[in-house]
Design a protein around this ligand. Structure first.
Ligand SMILES: NC(=O)c1ccc[n+]([C@@H]2O[C@H](COP(=O)([O-])OP(=O)(O)OC[C@H]3O[C@@H](n4cnc5c(N)ncnc54)[C@H](O)[C@@H]3O)[C@@H](O)[C@H]2O)c1
Length: 443
């Protein structure tokens, strides 16, 4: 995807003039996503202030002016209160009241916790967290007075070894954004924590050499990580900027107080498409595993049902164990995302599901032997299984975000059909067993 930024913005329905009359302030706008965002907002008509520690902020301003836009550079260390006070004065005098504040400046050193000195830790916190606090304090009151404005706090959700200080500040900034959103209420002032994705910038290239070995990757492999099937490697910075521009123009109010991800915005804007792998089609007339299980279960007596449920419960234990080892084969920094995605869709953490199904298996085997046991396990598992099926149904789409390997995606699609079928069969048979138990208890 090598199209000019103007065409890129045009592709997602952003036209020159859409931000006419507005003032945008971008911290750390001297390179990377900050520079591209400054240029994108300027090309939509915003007057732009670049608050940057390095002299490269001036180059961004030159680029914007050469393209016919309006921009100023205010050399700023966002971690210093006096610098931010000076920034507020300069912007107010030269451009007017700020409508869009993009907290983008960062420090991002790579060091394990045991190696990191306190000064480095403090500097990261000062730039990434204190800096955002200071700019919000300086520019938010006008936004509140005018009931108009948008604050984008650039965050990152990808925890990686060697980035503890950076990630701590980014997750802090996400919480800060939620609190701030609740404080300003949302009447015209919107606060969003924006996680752009993995983006090709001088910053990420600068840390690759130290970071890649900590992730167990080569530098080349690290710089080719793609978190979306539309990209063959990192997302170009202009795309992250286009997502930020789309967000502030079209939908910041919808995400007030939330974390929003750049890929989702670009999908919504129509720039990226989700490639959904085909799940094996149903052949007309062919008996599906689920139909077979249903037909079979109708004819089973209660002992046979318990034994069929026991077999399915053991099968589910194996599926969960496989899932656990599949998670452990993912790159280190993707594992937390995979685990939290599992919990939010499947209703329980993976290890809690493993425990639940272990006790279900034990209960079903007691029932098979005619012994009583914990009667609550069967209905509880039965109720939750629907969620687990929903999680597994989503696995092919999720996998397609991380890889374009067609054979692997096909394998995942087939595995998914078998897993979902086993879960549905178990849910159905547990429901029948539970129904029989209630009848027996009542009589
Ligand atoms: N690149 C990615 O893959 C990625 C992923 C997730 C989140 N993000 C977020 O996007 C934003 C931009 O990332 P990037 O990769 O373009 O960054 P980058 O490192 O390329 O650029 C950061 C800019 O901040 C400036 N800066 C540093 N200290 C400053 C200070 N004290 N005051 C003012 N400016 C200062 C630097 O000079 C530089 O121009 C960051 O907030 C980052 O956390 C990036």
């Amino acid at each position: 995807m090598t199209i000019s930024q103007e065409n890129l913005l045009d592709c997602i329905g952003l036209q020159p003039g859409m931000l006419a009359g507005q003032v945008a302030l971008i911290t750390g706008g001297g390179q990377g996503i900050g520079r591209e965002t400054a240029a994108a907002l300027a090309s939509l008509g915003a007057r732009v202030a670049v608050a940057e520690l390095a002299a490269s902020g001036q180059d961004t301003v030159k680029q914007i002016r050469d393209a016919g836009g309006t921009a100023i550079f205010v050399r700023t260390d966002v971690s210093r209160e006096e610098d931010v006070a000076h920034l507020a004065e300069a912007v107010h005098k030269d451009l007017g009241t700020v409508d869009l504040l993009i907290n983008n400046a960062i420090r991002c050193p790579v060091a394990r916790v045991v190696e990191m000195d306190l000064t480095t830790w403090d500097q990261v916190v000062a730039v990434n967290l204190r800096g955002a606090f200071l700019t919000c304090k300086a520019f938010l009151p006008d936004m509140i007075d005018r009931k108009h404005g948008t604050i984008l706090n650039m965050i990152s959700t990808d925890a990686m070894p060697g980035l503890s200080a950076y990630i701590a500040t980014k997750q802090g900034l996400s919480g800060f954004s939620q609190s701030l959103a609740a404080e300003v209420g949302g009447e015209g002032v919107h606060v969003v924590a924006f996680a752009p994705g993995m983006v090709d910038t001088p910053g990420i290239r600068g840390v690759a050499e130290r970071l890649a070995p900590l992730l167990g990757m080569t530098v080349e492999a690290f710089l080719h990580v793609s978190l979306h099937p539309a990209y063959e490697g990192l997302m170009p910075a202009a795309h992250a900027a286009a997502a930020a521009a789309y967000l502030v123009v079209n939908c910041a109010g919808e995400f007030h107080g939330e974390v929003v991800n750049g890929y989702e915005i670009l999908e919504r804007a129509g720039l990226l498409q989700i490639k959904v792998p085909e799940v094996a089609p149903e052949v007309p007339g062919e008996v599906q595993p689920e139909d077979h299980a249903e037909a079979e279960s109708i004819e089973l007596d209660s002992a046979e049902k318990a034994s069929r449920a026991l077999a399915l419960s053991r099968q589910l234990q194996a599926i969960l164990d496989e899932t656990s080892s599949e998670f452990n084969q993912l790159p280190v920094f993707i594992r937390p995302m995979a685990r939290s995605g599992f919990k939010s869709k499947a209703g329980l953490r993976l290890q809690d599901w493993q425990r639940l199904v272990e006790s279900l298996t034990a209960q079903l085997s007691r029932m098979g032997a005619g012994e009583p046991g914990d009667q609550a396990t069967v209905p509880r598992a039965g109720e939750l299984l629907e969620k687990l099926a929903v999680y597994y149904q989503g696995v092919p789409d999720e996998t397609a975000r991380f890889t374009r390997d067609a054979d692997f995606l096909e394998e995942i699609a087939q595995r998914t059909v078998q897993r979902v079928s086993a879960i549905h069969s178990l849910a159905r048979i547990l429901k029948e067993i539970d129904g029989q138990q209630s009848v027996t208890t009542k009589s």
